[in-house]
Each structure stands twice: as C-alpha cells, then as structure tokens.
Design a protein around this ligand. Structure first.
Ligand SMILES: [Zn+2]
Length: 823
C-alpha cells in the first residue's frame, strides 16, 4: 500500500497575481534545495502594510533561507489611497493583497491580527482605548504558536510612546509581551484554545537611523547592537538583495511607496531586548542552531541533501529525484517534530518540480453561486523523462473522485473535464474579515483557526494524486477562472463564490424629508434562471411601499433596480441603518476591486440603507466644485438639495460670481491640481465681489502653491486624531454656527476616525477662529474652521475631516457643512 501524502500548494510563494500555477526553474529548485538545509525561522512584527523592512525580510528568506514571516497587526484600512477611490475596508482589502504580492517577491509569509486600522493615534494609550488589547495580544500569540519562530524582531521601539503612530508602539509592546507569554500554557487559555506553548529564543528591536536621525545614528556608539549585512548578491538570480527588496516594497502601490533599487553592502542593526548582548556574538543569530541537528536523526537527512546539491544538474534536474526520494524517506522516518512536516512539504514540492510536473484546474466563469453549473477542466503533464502515473482526481467540494491508472507519456498532456453543479452552501470567497462589518477596533470573525491568514483557503479545488517511482504525491490546485485576453494573453483569476444575488453600486446614504425616503436598490444576479425576494428590515412603526419585491433573473450578471418608498421614519435617532434582506437573510453589498498588481478582489460587506433622519436646513446656493484628491462633499451637497457644478481645475477662470455663490475646493486640491498654482488672483476677485470660497485640508508636502489665500495662512501638521475630542465653541455668535442650522454640542457626536488633519499653524489675525479642539493632553488647536471676511465675501479654510464624516452620514457634519455653504 502506498501512503498518501498531501501537498498543500497554497503557500504564498507558489502563487502570483492571477494565481499562476507554474513549476520552478532549475535555479529556483537549487535555491529550494539550499533552503531545505536550514531549519530556522524569524517573525517580524509591526502594525501596518509598509512598516515591514523588506530588505531584511528578503535577506532572511532569500539569502539565509530562513522561514520568514511578517505579521502586520492591521490591514491598513485607515490610510490614504494614491491609486484609486477605495478607502477604509476596501483599502484594507487592497493592502492585504499588496502585502501578499510583496511576500511573493521577497519570499516571506504573511500574517495579520484582527485589529482594525481605525486611523491615526498619537500614542499606544489611545490605540489601546480602541483595540481590545487582550484579543489583539491573543492573535499575536496565536501567530507565534502557529508559525513557531526561533526569533522575534520588532520593527518599532516599545519604550518610545508618543514619538510615532500609536499603532507602531502598540505593536512593539505586544511583540514583547508575545515573546514573554507565548510559552506559558496558562496565559489567555480561553482565547488561545487549540494552540500549544512555544519557546522563542531571542527578541530584537530592528533599530535604524530613522529613530535617531541619520547623522546622529551614523556617529553614535553601536557596540551594544548586533549587525547584519543584508546587501548580498544572488548569482542564481542575477540580482542584489536590495533590488529584490525594492520590487517587494514597490508593491505598496496604494501608498505610493515605489522605491529605487540599490546594490552593495547595506547594514541592519538590532538591539537584543530579552538579554544583554552576548560576548563574541556579532550577528543576531550567532550561536543558534538552524541545522538538521535540531531533530534526532536529522544528520542523515542533511547528508543526503548535501549529496543532492553536490550532484545537481541544472540541465537534468530529474536526475536528482532518486536521491531526493531517499531524503524524503529518511525524513518520513524521523520522530515527530514541527520541522518534519514543513520540510516534507518542501521536498515533495521540489521532487514534483524536478519531474517537470504541471497541473491545473480551471473553469470558464469567474463567479459561481449555489446552484451554478460549471465544467471543471484539468491538465496534468510530466514534462521531463520520468515515469509518472496519474492515480486519482478528486474534487471534494462536489464530493467526487475518480480513479485512474494512467502512465503519463513523457511530455504529453492529459486533459480531463467534467460538468458539476454547485448544490451546497460553499463558503463565500470574499475577504472573510469584512463579512460581519467593520467596527472601530476589531473585526468580528468567528473562525478562529484561520483568521490570521491573509485569506481563507478556497473550498473549490482539485486534488490530483500521482505516483512517481513508487511513492504517492498529492497536488492540490485551486480551481481558477481561465480565459485569454487579446492584450494580456492567458489570464487566470481566482474563482469566486458569491451569494445568488447581491446589492451593487447605488449610494446607500439618504436624507429623510418629512419622514419619507424614496430609495433605489440595485440587485445583481450571480445565478441563472433564479428568483429572489428583496425587502428591508425596518424598525417598529416604519413602513415600506411595496413591502417586498420579487425579482426574476434569466442569467448571471443581470442587474435590476428596485424602488421603495419608506415612510414613518422617526426623527430620533438622527441616523438609521436599515439592513437589506434577500430571501430573508442579510444581503451583501458587492464591490469589485481590480488593479494590475494584485489579484482581483470581490469584497462583500453587509448591505445597509443609511438614512439621516434629522432635519438639515439649506438656502438656495449655486456651488462650483473643483475636485482635489477625491471626496464626497459634492455628493453630500447634492443630497441636501444644493445645485453643484463640477469644474476641472483648468477651468477656474470660467467660474464667475454671476453664475455661482460658492466655490468649493476638494481635499488636497492644492496638492493635486497643478492648474490652481496661479489661482490666487481669481480667488481674491471672486471673494471681493461677494462670493464665498471653501478650502478643505491640504498636506504640507507637494503644494502647487503656498500662496492661495487672501490673507496669510500657513498649513501645519497639527491634527486631532480622537474623533470624540471635545469641541469648544470660540465664536458662539458667529453666523456659521446659527444659520440656517443652529449648531449644538450634539452635532459633534458620532464623528468617525478623526476630527481633522493638517490644521493651519499660522494665520493672519483677520481670520476668525470658530472652534477649538485637541487630543487628550495636548494644546488646543483653534484652526479647524477659519473664516476670513474679505471684500463683500468670505474665505473659509477648514481642516476638519469632512470627507470622512459626510461619506459616513454623520448628521451633525451635514448640518455644519450646510452652514458653511449657506451662512
Ligand atoms: Zn505604519
């Protein structure tokens, strides 16, 4: 009897965007053989996508052949997006993929916690007010106990609270605690169920000049630090470590972190945190055993691997198979050890690559849902002169398997296909952490075991069992969507499993008018010839006309728009969230995200209709709007009933007082619109003649001009990151707080993420300060809303985070923004 060994070929290093399933070249196989010799692992800990030191990760993984992982506590939802309009959870989905791509290049493995990147925080205390500390801690320990590193390296210093983003310091504090507690069986037993204690041998802080300043760091005494030159050159790749690292780092495209490559020696420094520096040790891993001697009897395996390497023939890699299979047998005979299974996985994968085996499973459609009919095609070929027999193809999702005893003729492909119907509830493939919504601090996810992975393993896959020289190998291939594109050539994308029908594209935010809302819901089918019933889950006393609607769909991809009139909307609370139900279960909103550098994402979030129920007064104003980096303020004004005309920045001169009362500039307009460079004269004229200009926040870097306001104003870096920070009214009688809406303290409740950013640091006394606010323990900032009366008009500079509040439907923000336009 053969023993079936399962090879899970789903590791980060095997897949590229579009889920490539290619075998490795001889140099890649050789590199894998070198890695087979090394039994050591390192976990790098930080807070965000882009915090990680890709030079170091590349060196550890590609140079030292250590198993190397990066755990980013968050998925980076809170940042800004330089390549598109996605923000918040959708940006987190992009950055999750960017990290995966980076790891495919540098050879690392990616982990996360379920902590949410809720936005900027000034220190760890503020971070831990929002993150549930025990849960994030338990996630990190779970990563440690799963990955089992010998060494943990923190990116940030746990002792310098307030000197960097609070998430950064928090990651360092938690990294240190994980080191201390991961080996104690009693620590957080409930939260850590299913894991076993693990002893980590060393803990470091990966220090750098950017914690000190370049000059100071270059000249300071570093004798207490360990050092590692990460500037290796890899002849097998024809590349320097830092060239690979630069490509990895440049995957953070949504943050604009593309960087130049560099070559040559490059030093990294480490402070040992769990003990003093050991005499005679220069590098952080000196004195640690990363060899096969770690396993009883491992020496024999090591000898055979050395022999394989010594005799490896780059033109005939299959000649190594007999020796490799001997090493495999020795490994199988070793006693149980964490490294045994890891190395068995590696060596089996090498054997298949030496045989030139290629397998794939694909279908001709990108999306399926329960009830879908699909034809699965497989291809299996051994391209080198080896005797391989196909024994079985299994598709567990369809409870199907079929036996073969087919000797594969060398370099002749075997194709097999069969139709299936997906008639059970296959798990949705959308980013799992978003399916239950996105609270401030921590994603609500039920499946604890896999929740620290970038994405869940797909349920639709094929298992091909192959016999090679008397041993059995099982290859798992995700079923992908495969097509050809006239420009791109062969395209392979993940096959997504979605619900039969989803909500798409319509803006879900409405303002109620006298207790009434007419709303639209757009439904897209993922099913063929099916019908679904749609309704809202309404609170007591509200009614919907019609109450429910049934839709018939002929084919997948079809969309239909439903109209509902909602009545009896109460004025209190000021905002309602009404779940959309499809067939009596919570419906999902579908957002597709597609960029060339990442795998396509179909993100599902709970579909809600959001209704602002409180009264928002307006006056009749004609508004010209020039977009900056993209915000929601123009949409919000239209919802309130204002007339808004969008202009491109180069049409500034055509915006006249005759046609418009207000000129509104989008966020970062002076950072992104070159054409505004010489706009000052026009602004001045517009205001003098009685117009009003409203400028939203701009950053200090890359301004097309610093001289745009009618009176001196310098943009600063002050921010109020606490969205609950108290707001003090400085100018209680100012009309902006009274007309047409009377602004009350309650209007500053339920703001999200932050109050404001890049507050002006200096400004002429002529500006009236309206509101004061500050983060806990800091000096009050009085420049979140500045009004300058000039000529017959007014110039308003406001660094409050309108783009966030208006999109989220914060009622008080709507009232105050209406006043900015109308007062
Ligand atoms: Zn960061």
């Amino acid at each position: 009897m053969f023993r079936i060994t399962c090879l899970l070929l789903i590791c980060a290093t095997c897949l590229r965007p579009g889920t490539s399933q290619e075998a490795r070249s001889s140099s890649e196989i050789y590199e894998a053989l070198e890695k087979l010799k090394v039994l050591g692992s390192v976990l790098y800990v930080a807070a965000h996508p882009d915090d990680e030191n890709t030079r170091l990760i590349t060196h550890l993984s590609r140079g030292m052949h250590l198993r190397t992982a990066y755990v980013s506590l968050t998925r980076g939802d809170g940042g800004q997006n330089l390549i598109g309009e996605e923000l918040d959870e959708f940006l987190g989905a992009i950055r999750t993929q960017e990290l995966q791509q980076a790891r495919r290049i540098d050879g690392g493995i990616q982990y996360f916690s379920l902590a949410n990147d809720f936005g900027y925080s000034k220190n760890d205390a503020e971070t831990f007010r929002i993150w549930p500390r025990d849960s994030v801690m338990a996630d990190l320990i779970r990563v440690v106990r799963t990955f089992k590193p010998d060494v943990i390296i923190n990116r940030f210093d746990h002792r310098t609270s307030g000197r960097t983003h609070g998430h950064h310091t928090a990651s360092a504090i938690l990294g240190r605690e994980a080191f201390l507690y991961c080996n104690s069986p009693l620590h957080q037993r409930e939260l850590l169920k299913g894991t076993a204690p693990h002893l980590v041998q060393r803990l470091f802080f990966n220090t750098s000049y950017f914690f000190y300043g370049k000059e100071r760091f270059d000249t300071m005494d570093k004798s207490h630090l360990y050092r590692l030159d990460v500037g290796d050159f890899y002849p097998l790749r024809g590349q320097s470590n830092n060239e690979i690292a630069a490509r990895s780092r440049s995957m953070h495209k949504s943050q604009g972190f593309g960087i130049n490559s560099s070559r040559g020696s490059s030093m990294e420094y480490f402070e040992r945190l769990d003990a003093g520096k050991e005499a005679g040790h220069a590098g952080p891993f000196d004195g640690l055993d990363f060899s096969w001697n770690r396993i009883n009897g491992g020496g024999t395996v090591s000898k055979v691997i050395e022999e394989v390497i010594a005799h490896f023939d780059f033109t005939q890699p299959w000649m190594s198979i007999p020796l490799l299979q001997r090493a495999e047998q020795y490994m199988e005979d070793l006693p149980d050890h964490d490294w045994k299974q890891i190395k068995l996985g590696e060596i089996r994968s090498i054997i298949l690559d030496c045989a030139g085996i290629y397998t794939e499973a694909h279908v001709g459609m990108p999306i399926v849902s329960p009830g879908s009919r699909l034809e699965v095609h497989t291809e299996c070929i051994a391209r080198n002169p080896v005797r391989v027999t196909l024994k079985k193809i299994a598709l567990p999702a369809f409870s199907y398997d079929t036996a073969f005893d087919l000797l594969l003729e060398s370099n002749v492909a075997h194709f097999w296909k069969r139709p299936f119907k997906l008639d059970h509830e296959a798990s949705l493939t959308a980013p799992f952490w978003l399916l239950n919504g996105r609270p401030d601090g921590y994603y609500p996810v039920a499946t604890r075991d896999q929740r620290l992975l970038p994405e869940l393993p797909r349920e639709l896959y094929a298992n091909l069992e192959l016999e090679l020289s008397g041993k059995m190998y099982s290859v798992r291939r995700d079923i992908v969507f495969k097509t050809d594109d006239p420009v791109l050539g062969e395209v392979k994308e993940p096959l997504d499993v979605l619900p039969p029908a989803v909500v798409v594209s319509e803006d879900p935010l409405y303002l109620a008018n006298k207790g009434l809302v007419d709303c639209k819901v757009r439904i897209r089918a993922n099913c063929e010839g099916c019908s679904v019933e749609v309704r809202f889950k309404l609170p007591e006393g509200m009614r919907s006309q019609p109450e429910r609607q049934v839709l018939q769909f002929e084919r997948a991809g079809e969309e239909q728009v439903l109209h509902f009139s909602l009545g009896g909307i109460p004025g209190n609370p000021e905002r309602l969230e009404l779940p959309v139900l499809i067939d009596e279960t919570q419906a999902y909103f579908l957002k597709s995200i597609k960029y060339p550098h990442i795998q396509q994402q179909r993100v599902l979030t709970p579909a809600m209709l959001r209704v602002i129920t409180s009264e928002i007064r307006t006056t009749k104003k004609r508004i010209a709007y020039i977009e900056g980096a993209g915000d929601y303020t123009d949409d919000a004004l239209r919802k309130m009933g204002y007339e808004v005309h969008a202009f491109s920045a180069d049409k500034l001169e055509t915006i006249s007082n005759k046609d418009f009362d207000v000129l509104l500039l989008g966020i970062r307009a002076f950072n992104t619109q070159e054409a505004l460079k010489n706009g000052k004269n026009h602004f001045e004229r517009f205001v003098s003649k009685g117009g009003k200009i409203i400028v939203q926040y701009n950053t200090t870097a890359d301004l097309v001009t610093r001289d745009f306001a009618p009176a001196a104003l310098t943009i600063g870096r002050g921010r109020v990151a606490d969205e609950r920070a108290a707001v003090r009214v400085i100018a209680p009688d100012h009309p902006v707080l009274h007309s047409p809406n009377v602004i009350r303290s309650s209007d500053f409740e339920n703001w999200i993420q932050e109050r404001g950013l890049y507050f002006p640091s200096e400004y002429a006394p002529a500006y009236e300060e309206i509101l004061g606010m500050s983060d806990p323990g800091e000096n009050e900032l009085r420049s979140g809303l500045l009004v300058l009366r000039h000529g017959k008009g007014a110039f308003v500079y406001t660094s409050l985070a309108w783009f966030r509040q208006l999109r989220a439907g914060v009622p008080g923000a709507y009232r105050l923004f209406s006043n900015l336009v109308s007062f």
